[in-house]
Design a protein. Sequence first.
Length: 215
Amino acid sequence: MREAAGLVYIVDDDTSVRRALTRLVQSSGYLVEAYGCARDFTAHAGVPCTPACVVLDVQLPDITGLELQSGLDPRLPIIFLTGHGDIAMTVSAIKAGATDFLTKPVQDVTLLLAIGQALKRSAELANEMGELDELRSRAMNLTSREREVMDLVVLGRLNKEIAYKLGTGESTVKAHRAKVMRKMGVSSVVDLVRVADKIAASLVRDARGKPLGRR
């Protein structure tokens, strides 16, 4: 088993191609789940607790691979396979987060290298998401007043300005500010700003819709 072993989803409606890809990927030490259409994939696949990626055919019988891509969890890097791709299609897929866009027939070594990179990216994304979940959890533990203080600190307001804004004393603001720094696990305003930016960016992504991921 390879050090970077993980799970590879294969979605291709061509039975012979799907079987050949499955044999190749399994022989390289990866777990494989293969599907013949997007509907079966979305009905049964999820986001596992191990590095995972999707080897996805562009042309599927129900929807296109590009359409499927828009609904997938970002922790599932995609390697597109196509027999008739073009530059515009490639650019669109890469901009949407695909790690590779390969033309059939693809060389075994080329595909395996792409899978290795995709699984590495999947592990990195999982770590980032774990860190983000932790930051969100910390933010949820702030009181409403601590959150107000945090928002104003992030905006660059001084303690006396925050005190005036909230109608409280400067010493009270200092106490709230210290609690915010402790609860958020940061030691400087710069770090607090970075944390706040990460949380805000994640909320924007969530507002755009939840991607596939049952597990």
